[in-house]
Design a protein around this ligand. Structure first.
Ligand code: COI
Length: 357
């Protein structure tokens, strides 16, 4: 497919932030973005790269009222050899299409998405940070654009990819975070939209997140909505518990996000001979394990956060301390291995890395 490229003029270009320590997450965006439109009679059409600009939307635009949208999160890495790498990017695009199906949005051609992404990164390659642990975060998004207030799937859509340099997702960096277990709110129920990457799930998480923050915790751990007893996921990541030598994460029950980093952790840990179980884990079992001293480590896994060790949980007036409160041995090993894979510093036995420049 032909992609039309319009380059930003000098007056449209922004200074590129270079200090990896002050990048933060999701605050800077590169000079261009990739777009495509959808209309029923044309399918997805007019793929193009344009100078980054504001979108002009009718106040009645459907996405603004009923949240019919999906998105993805991925990264491009500046490798040790100066090359630019993507990591399992087609898996993110496949998930985007799964989310589209759930939200009744027309699916996209993954080859076109890949081509668009490559063009965008080629044009904005100067924006890929070189500091350790930093990357170009990529946010593909689809929004429903019919200017109509009836509740039904939109006929027209806009797809776009924005990108920008990021550092660590949490201000703690790789230092362990504290987590609040919500027994009041739930994020998603099986049969709902929990397994789709869509704005509504994040909107549903905000009240609990705000309460957790006020109490001094960085994130919320969600329990299953029915029994309120099994651990599911953390707001922006999947979660893993090491109890003795078993690494446990919630199965994909329909209410949690099928994370790409989650899948990578499972495959890597198994390749190292670690016993990995995708099974229901009651929060009581986590407490018991902590009391017996067998809760060795806990960490979150996600594209933005990579691996985020957890030092403490709070649940119904009780605190659980994880291990000795420092990041665990397996968390550290996984963190290093995943980054080494992503930045092209080691062999890639899984075939997950793609050099694009
Ligand atoms: C990601 O890890 O890329 C995500 O999309 C999580 C996010 C909402 C920050």
């Amino acid at each position: 497919m032909d992609i039309k490229i319009t380059l930003a003029g000098p007056e449209q270009r922004k200074p590129i932030p270079r200090d990896g320590n002050t990048l933060g997450f999701g605050r800077h965006f590169s000079d261009h973005f990739f777009l495509m439109d959808y209309a029923p009679e044309r399918g997805w059409f007019d793929p193009r790269v344009e100078p980054y600009h504001k979108l002009s939307l009718d106040p009645a635009t459907m996405v603004l009222h009923y949240g019919q949208q999906v998105f993805e999160g991925m990264k491009a890495y500046r490798g040790a050899d100066g090359g630019v790498y993507l990591f399992r990017h087609r898996k993110n695009f496949e998930r985007l299409n799964r989310s589209c199906r759930r939200l009744v949005i027309p699916e996209l051609d993954i080859d076109v998405l890949e081509q668009g992404l490559r063009e965008l990164i080629r044009v904005d390659q100067e924006w890929i940070p070189t500091s350790e642990g930093c990357a170009l975060y990529i946010r593909p998004t689809v929004i429903a654009t019919d200017p109509v207030l009836g509740v039904r799937p939109s006929d027209t859509y806009l797809f776009y990819i924005i990108a920008g340099p990021v550092g660590a997702y949490y201000p703690e960096g790789f230092n362990p975070i504290s987590i609040y277990v919500s027994d009041k709110y739930v994020r998603a129920v099986s049969g709902g939209i929990g397994e789709a990457k869509t704005a509504g799930n994040y909107a549903a998480s905000l009240a609990a997140q705000q309460e957790a923050r006020k109490k001094g915790y960085s994130q919320v751990l969600w329990l299953d909505a029915k029994e309120r007893s099994f651990v599911e996921e953390v707001g922006t990541m999947n979660i893993f518990f090491r109890i003795n030598d078993e690494l446990i994460t919630s199965p994909l029950t329909g209410s949690i996000l099928p994370g790409v980093t989650r899948d990578s952790v499972i495959q890597i840990a198994r390749s190292w001979g670690v016993k990995v179980s995708e099974r229901m884990l009651a929060v009581d079992e986590v407490f018991d394990a902590a009391q017996k001293g067998s809760l060795k480590e806990v960490f979150g896994a996600g594209t933005a956060a990579v691996i985020a060790p957890v030092k403490k949980f709070h649940y119904k007036d009780r605190d659980i301390q994880v291990g000795d409160g420092r990041s665990g041995e397996l968390s550290q090993r996984l963190y290093k291995y995943i980054l080494d894979l992503q930045y092209g510093r080691i062999e890639d036995p899984f075939g997950w890395r793609t050099r694009i420049l």
